[in-house]
Every structure is written in structure tokens, then in C-alpha cells.
Design a protein around this ligand. Structure first.
Ligand SMILES: CC(C)(COP(=O)(O)OP(=O)(O)OC[C@H]1O[C@@H](n2cnc3c(N)ncnc32)[C@H](O)[C@@H]1OP(=O)(O)O)[C@@H](O)C(=O)NCCC(=O)NCCS
Length: 184
């Protein structure tokens, strides 16, 4: 089973029994304000059931639960794009508000990045961050992602046009980063 230790818990596959804590931690306007509209709000038990059902028991899951104190309190995952973008993975993540600003996602993102490059035929991992989401931008920068572009007013959230910031890491960046880490 794919699991990775964290200072305060672990990354591990979603499983039956996670539904209640998923509902509790995902039902947050502050999370929803920074993710795509398809992320349910409010987050119902039905949403949680279908999330867990579609993400449990994969050999190499695309989504991993962030477990803290024995509870699933967040997610980090990716989707591989298609057609001419088929070597791109879009990464996304969220964490229950109770655990913000404790370095959890700064620890989880490099682990997920490494898991993707080691196990999937992906040449580029990217993330789309809405303007003002300083926490997410910091997480990406500290993991070595490059701020590539600003798509001006590309997104609409809460009836407001927002800039979208694109961050990306290429497989060659990842290799260079790990070579320099291993030298020390
Ligand atoms: C973005 C998010 C994942 C950050 O997770 P986190 O575990 O709280 O982040 P960390 O504690 O690792 O913080 C990383 C850095 O960002 C800073 N930071 C975190 N939240 C911040 C905020 N709201 N405002 C300013 N800085 C913030 C931290 O101080 C830290 O700075 P440092 O690298 O200089 O030490 C979390 O806030 C979240 O789930 N937000 C809602 C969903 C979301 O935005 N998903 C990403 C969509 S692109």
C-alpha cells in the first residue's frame, strides 16, 4: 500500500471510514474559495461517499488522504491530462482549516511530486493558483516549482474574475533538484 510518513501523520490511500472526517474538514468556505467550483460546498455525506468510493483501493492512487491524529483531514492528488498535454499532470490539494500554517502541505507536496515522477509517465507537473492564495504559492515555491505565468482574469470565483497563477516543475527540474540535494 502506498503510504508516506509525515511529521504529524501520514499520506495514505482513502478508505471506507474516512467519510465523516472528510465531511467535517472539507466543509469550509475558505477552502472552497480557493479551489474549482466542482469541489462540493457544503460537503455532504453523499459527496464524501462518492469521493471515497472512487478513490479507495487503487494500486497506485492519484489521490492520497492527509491523515493527522488518525483522521483524514485533507487531500493531495493529480490528474493526467490528455491529447497533446498527455505528459502533464495537474496537482491539487486542500487541508482542513484546523491544520493550516503548520507546514503540513510544505511537507506533503515534495512527497507527492516525487511519487508522481517516480511512478507515472509524466514530464511536467503544474498547479493553477487563484490570485491572493499566498499560502499555496509559498508551498509550491518551497517545493521548487517555478512561477511560469499569470493568466489574467482567467478564472471566475464568487462572480469575480480572478488572475490564475501557473506554477510548474519539469522532470528535468526535479532531477536537477534531487541531484543537488544528494550532493550535500
Ligand atoms: C494552501 C494550503 C494547502 C496551505 O497548506 P498549509 O499546510 O497551511 O501550508 P504550510 O503551513 O506548509 O505553509 C506554507 C507557507 O505558506 C505560508 N502560508 C500558509 N497559509 C498562508 C496564508 N493564508 N497567508 C499567508 N501565508 C500563508 C506559511 O506561513 C508558510 O510560509 P513559509 O514557507 O515562509 O514558512 C491550505 O491553506 C489550504 O488548504 N487552503 C485552501 C485550499 C487551497 O488553497 N488549495 C490549493 C489550491 S491551488
Amino acid at each position: 500500500m502506498v503510504t508516506f510518513p509525515l511529521a504529524v501523520g501520514q499520506l495514505r490511500p482513502w478508505r471506507e471510514g474516512d467519510e465523516d472526517s472528510l465531511v467535517h474538514h472539507a466543509s469550509s468556505r475558505r477552502i472552497w474559495n480557493n479551489v474549482r467550483d466542482f469541489f462540493p460546498h457544503p460537503y455532504t455525506p453523499r459527496d464524501a461517499n462518492s469521493w471515497v468510493r472512487s478513490n479507495r483501493s487503487y494500486q497506485q492512487p492519484n489521490n492520497l488522504a492527509i491523515e493527522i491524529d488518525g483522521q483524514a483531514v485533507g487531500n493531495i492528488g493529480f490528474t493526467v491530462k490528455d491529447d497533446i498535454y498527455r505528459y502533464n499532470a495537474e496537482i491539487g490539494y486542500w487541508l482542513g482549516e484546523d491544520y493550516w500554517r503548520r507546514g503540513v502541505m510544505s511537507e506533503a507536496l515534495p512527497i507527492m511530486t516525487s511519487y508522481i515522477f517516480k511512478n507515472f509517465q509524466v514530464n511536467r507537473i503544474f498547479a493553477c493558483v487563484l490570485e491572493g492564495n499566498i499560502g499555496s504559492m509559498r508551498v509550491l515555491e518551497s517545493a521548487g516549482y517555478r512561477h511560469e505565468a499569470i493568466h489574467r482574469k482567467a478564472a471566475v470565483k464568487n462572480n469575480q474574475y480572478l488572475d490564475e497563477h501557473i506554477f510548474a516543475m519539469l522532470r528535468s527540474d526535479y532531477r536537477a533538484l534531487n541531484q543537488s540535494v544528494n550532493e550535500y
